[in-house]
Ligand binder design. Structure first.
Ligand code: CO
Length: 504
């Protein structure tokens, strides 16, 4: 481990592939409230709440490996911070598919990212069932913890015990099996109360985007309850859409329709997973779809459609409005990265796949013109801003990055970037550590004291420690990226996807 701000970069690609590959594994235990001590440093007593993480916890069954880790069954890890201590729990989500495969001891479903049932194309052709693996994100809404997977309904869990309550239709908001994004955005109070803003997309030759806004807290003044749907609208757009994420501002929900095409035939014939049938559309034009929020100044108006720069985007970082402009920061890939049917994900050549690069698009809402600017040449993913700045002008972003300054490699370091000056601080887990998504937790405000600075708080990250073959929780100072504490967890958590911090 090295401490910021003076990371020593090893030679390009100077990591051990066996260390990296050792992070792909099955979790064999479920822990409940195990007390964890800091191995180094002290856990800040002001950190009060729970870090929830979601990600694939099972990658193999009966000797059959998933084709891509995104096809692994969702497992929630909860790290509860209370009075300077941490307690750890983890649970698999009891999805229909997990329960059935647990009983059968072998894979019974195909995966969206190319996992096939044993038996070749004949055993897979025309089996178009989707296994809702609930593995992408986890957020709190009302009394439920929601395990999200974008192609279908969320699973509701008990926030304390992590027991699976079951599939939820959110009090009748969703139809059974309806798509519900794994990337909700939490509006910190653009129009008064906090809201969870999210969407579902139904795609085909046309795509319909359903935008949904939920209350996140009870409001005694209006009788609104946490988890209640406050507004919704649906808009139909021309063309196929793959929308994994979006961004919000006080007035807009911002989508980027990537220029990609979907050819379902190899999926239907049992040769490929559905996501492997996505491909760049040569000569295609990406578009921004700006949908007016019902809480904003343009409520009820038609969406704006604006040509977008080339490139493929999974994740946006933040967006805000500045006079007649909308500023959007996103992670762009030169092309849509996919793992073909004959490739083993553990053997991928990082040099052969495009890296994610941070770019800022400034959309002129009057003329419809777009200026784009590269903010950093360093490979990155999983970026976020201070949650209080969601949808608003933000100076800093925190993200997972590769150890070297350019080129594609596994994510081994965490970076704080000043979006105005370009100044950066880096904490590195190299050479034997591999990072996941960092979660920035602002320092709680103290009554009577000035509001904490935008970068005042902590960055929490679960890392894969190749030396221990287990996971560590790292707590960093969000301003300096200096190490505050490291907790060696008695659990080996495979590389995860998204998570959130719930105060309280
Ligand atoms: Co995502």
């Amino acid at each position: 481990m090295t401490v910021a701000p003076s990371p020593v970069s090893p030679q390009a690609g100077d990591y051990d592939r066996a260390d990296w590959a050792s992070g792909f594994r099955n979790v064999g235990v479920e822990l409940s409230d195990v007390a964890i001590q800091a191995s180094h440093g002290t856990i800040p007593s002001e950190l009060q709440g729970t870090l929830y993480r979601n990600g694939p916890g099972r990658l193999e069954r009966g000797g059959h490996w998933v084709h891509h880790p995104f096809d692994g069954d969702g497992m929630i890890t909860a790290l509860r911070f209370e009075d300077g201590g941490v307690r750890l729990s983890n649970r698999f989500i009891r999805t229909e598919g997990w329960l059935a495969e647990e009983k059968a001891g072998k894979p019974l479903y195909r995966g969206v990212f190319g996992t096939q049932k044993p038996g070749g194309p004949l055993a897979n052709a025309f089996d178009l069932r989707l296994k809702n693996i609930a593995n992408t994100h986890v957020v709190r809404l009302g009394d439920d913890l929601l395990a999200l997977w974008e192609a279908s309904s969320p699973h509701a869990l008990d926030p304390d015990s992590l027991e699976t309550r079951g599939l939820t239709l959110l009090d009748g908001v969703l139809k059974p099996g309806e798509a519900f994004s794994a990337h909700p955005r939490f509006d910190p109070g653009h129009h008064g109360q906090e809201r969870m803003v999210t969407f579902g997309v139904k795609t085909g030759p046309r795509s319909t985007v359903r935008l949904l806004e939920f209350a996140v807290a009870d409001d005694p003044a209006t009788g609104v309850k946490a988890g209640q749907l406050l507004s919704e609208r649906s808009d139909s757009f021309k063309g196929f859409a793959f929308l994994h994420d979006f961004a919000i501002t006080p007035n807009w929900a911002v989508f980027l329709q990537n220029a990609i095409a979907f050819n379902p035939l190899p999926f239907v014939l049992g040769q490929k997973g559905a996501a492997q049938c996505l491909a760049s559309k040569p000569g295609g034009q990406a578009q921004f779809w700006l949908v007016p929020r019902d809480s904003g100044a343009y409520a009820g108006q038609e969406p704006r459609i604006i040509p977008a720069p080339e490139g493929f985007v999974f994740h946006h970082v933040n967006a805000w409005e500045e006079r007649d402009e909308l500023v959007l920061t996103s992670i762009f890939y030169a092309d849509f990265p996919t793992i073909g049917p004959d490739m083993d994900f553990r053997a991928i050549d990082f040099n052969q796949i495009p890296e994610g690069l941070l770019e800022r698009c400034t959309i002129d809402l009057t003329s419809g013109s777009v200026q784009s600017e590269r903010l950093s040449e360093r490979c990155c993913e999983f970026a976020m801003v201070n949650p209080a700045c969601q949808g608003l002008a933000s100076r800093y972003a925190w993200m997972a990055v590769a150890e070297r300054e350019t080129g594609n490699d596994p994510l081994q370091a965490l970076k704080k970037l000043d979006l105005v000056t370009g100044e950066q601080q880096v904490w590195s887990a190299a050479p034997r550590g591999f990072v996941s998504e960092p979660v920035m937790v602002p320092r709680p405000a103290t009554a009577g004291a000035p509001a904490p600075a935008e970068d005042d708080g902590w960055v929490l990250c679960v890392i894969w420690n190749g030396a221990r073959c287990a996971s560590d929780l790292v707590i960093l100072d969000a301003a300096s990226m200096a190490e505050v504490a490291v907790l060696e967890l008695p659990l080996a958590i495979p590389y995860g996807l998204h998570g959130s911090f719930v105060e309280g």
